[in-house]
Design a binder for this molecule. Sequence first.
Ligand SMILES: *Cc1c(COP(=O)(O)O)cnc(C)c1O
Ligand SMILES: [Zn+2]
Length: 416
Amino acid sequence: MQYIKDLACINCGKTFFPDPDKYLCSDCGEKGLLEVEYNYGLISRDWNPRIISENPDPSHWRYLPLLPVNPDSPRPPLRVGGTPLYRNVSLGEELGLEEIWIKDDGLNPTGSLKDRASSLAVVKAGEAGMKIVACSSTGNAASSLAGNAAASGMQAVIFVPRRAPGGKVAQLMIFGAVVISVQGSYSDAYDLSASSIDRWAWYNRNAAINPYLVEGKKTAVLELAEQFNWDLPDWVVLTVGDGCTIAGAGKALRDLQELEFIKKKPRLLGVQASGCSPITRAWKEGKPLEVCEENSLADSIAVGNPRNWQKAIRAVRDNSGAMVNVSDEEILEMMGLLGRKSGVFGEPAGVAGLAGIRRAVREGIIGKKEKVGIIITGNGLKDIDSARKAAGEPYRLAPDLGRMEEVVLKEGLDEL
Ligand SMILES: *Cc1c(COP(=O)(O)O)cnc(C)c1O
Ligand SMILES: [Zn+2]
């Protein structure tokens, strides 16, 4: 906290003291999302890329001076962050690119990028003296909050929409959360969580209105920058649901530029599912967000009433970015393609960005010679039903070598 100046309202600019449970501008209400402002002069006096490179901690806490927590606060012992980056030539060829890099954030402790935010939520809850943390989520924010709460000895209360995939709900139960499956949409789950949090004064991990959580999500891009030796690719690609992840990316780039760790900022490509793309629409039309239906199997980004659309659009604009939409068919195709070409297993919302890249290349938004980095945001094991749709079923065979021979011929294994 020694490096934080204040919390600033993105609507009116008014600033506030950074209390752990301060979420919104007192004047602007729901429109007045707050942003954590750092004292960059002080940070660069104490910290630089060389010091970072000497830090043996592989987790995202290696970026502590840029995180809004008290350095002495207890932290969940899970290893969040430190996820690998791979270059993949043949995947690039499939998408029409010479150089693509994949960062597998599905390898976080609970299997998604959300751990970066939930680990902060648990620390902030502890700082606020609270023992119960709550959120509504399409799945990953919930499972990561439950996991990080379990690791910290806190109780999680989770509200999920009816359509949340089984794998994610199973994680919640295993981590010992109290789980409420709201018989309605994600927006219904959000509203019930908001009123319960108000009524019982629990810690609020609803990412969109909690200014500290975007700070956690930004570590994906801080890490990416370090992995690229502070020279990021031309484009960084992310999928967009509530909008906090891409807002976090924008914040990371601002921090890195203010600190002069990077010379140039990459452009941001935000990708939504065509069955639920209110942020793309607001970005394209330059109009306020219109709430829409949630028709996509990419459950983690099917958010009809995203609470962080303003910060998301600002991140895209500030970084000369673009937004595209992709269909569920394209998303399923990419689940299979990524798996076959790289050995990385992403959930639908985790791989939708690949379909976005292919589209952006076809539409001339991304040039073929440009270098692209994509963050695969969630692990495919969370959503087995979609994986089955993407990859089909195995051969079902009697234990008989003759039948096996048919498979060998059909698959062309004799020619390899
Ligand atoms: C939450 C999530 C996103 C999108 O993040 P937002 O902050 O909601 O925009 C993308 N992919 C996965 C796997 C997620 O869990
Ligand atoms: Zn305000």
